[in-house]
Design a protein around this ligand. Structure first.
Ligand code: GAR
Length: 207
């Protein structure tokens, strides 16, 4: 059974999807053992507490640099004996001290079709604003491993939705969450926990 540590910064609907998937048996061979938040008071922490999952808060604003912050995260992950780290709406880019120590053990959900609308500065609603302003007709979400470059690690799963003429960033965000993120993130986590993801030449393939 793998220890899954989930990192959050906000409302935690993806965390909720993971909790529900664990309860209903969709996640095989893994359990969420800790939730770490980069902010105090976010609703994701309530979701963890409501489900008896231990929490930690490591506030980003208390650290002067990304490296210092990442070192604190690394220490916590080691203490929690994390086998898999899931970034579920975690809005801080982790330094390579973490991404190298946990290479191919950190999974992120990004709310667009990588390699479009991704990288530094593309997070949360900003992604959907950029999608709408460009006028693309299809968007979606990407589940990928995390490496030293923002949103550049091996892609595990992607799913699409249509972009509609009257969409607002909020409406599009919700369609992508409901149809893609909340389904594919638990699926990728389950595949990982069952050792069903191969890495070949830096690319991920589902067995
Ligand atoms: C989700 O849409 C997630 O894909 C996105 O933030 C939202 C968090 O929602 N993540 C990023 O933009 C990371 N670059 P949640 O807190 O309700 O899961």
């Amino acid at each position: 059974m793998k220890n899954i540590v989930v990192l959050v910064s906000g409302g935690g609907t993806n965390l909720q999807a993971l909790i529900d998937a664990e309860k209903s048996g969709i996640i095989k061979n893994g359990r969420i053992t800790c939730v770490i938040s980069s902010k105090e008071g976010v609703y994701a922490l309530e979701r963890a507490k409501n489900n008896g999952i231990p929490t930690r808060v490591i506030p980003r604003k208390q650290y002067s640099s990304s490296v210092n912050y990442s070192e604190a995260i690394l220490e916590a992950l080691n203490e929690e004996k994390a086998d898999l780290v899931v970034l579920a709406g975690f809005m801080t880019i982790l330094d390579q001290c973490v991404t190298q120590a946990y290479a191919y053990k950190i999974i992120n959900v990004h709310p667009a079709l990588i390699p479009s609308f991704c990288g530094e500065g593309f997070y949360g609603l900003k992604v959907h604003e950029a999608v709408l302003s460009y006028g693309v007709k299809v968007s979606g979400a990407t589940i990928h491993f995390v490496n030293e470059k923002a949103d550049a690690g091996a892609i595990i799963l992607q799913g699409t939705v249509d972009v509609k003429r009257d969409d607002t960033p909020e409406i599009l965000q919700r369609r992508i969450m409901e149809n893609v993120e909340w389904k594919l993130l638990p699926e990728a986590v389950s595949l990982y926990c069952q050792d069903r993801i191969d890495i070949i030449d830096g690319k991920a393939y589902v067995k």
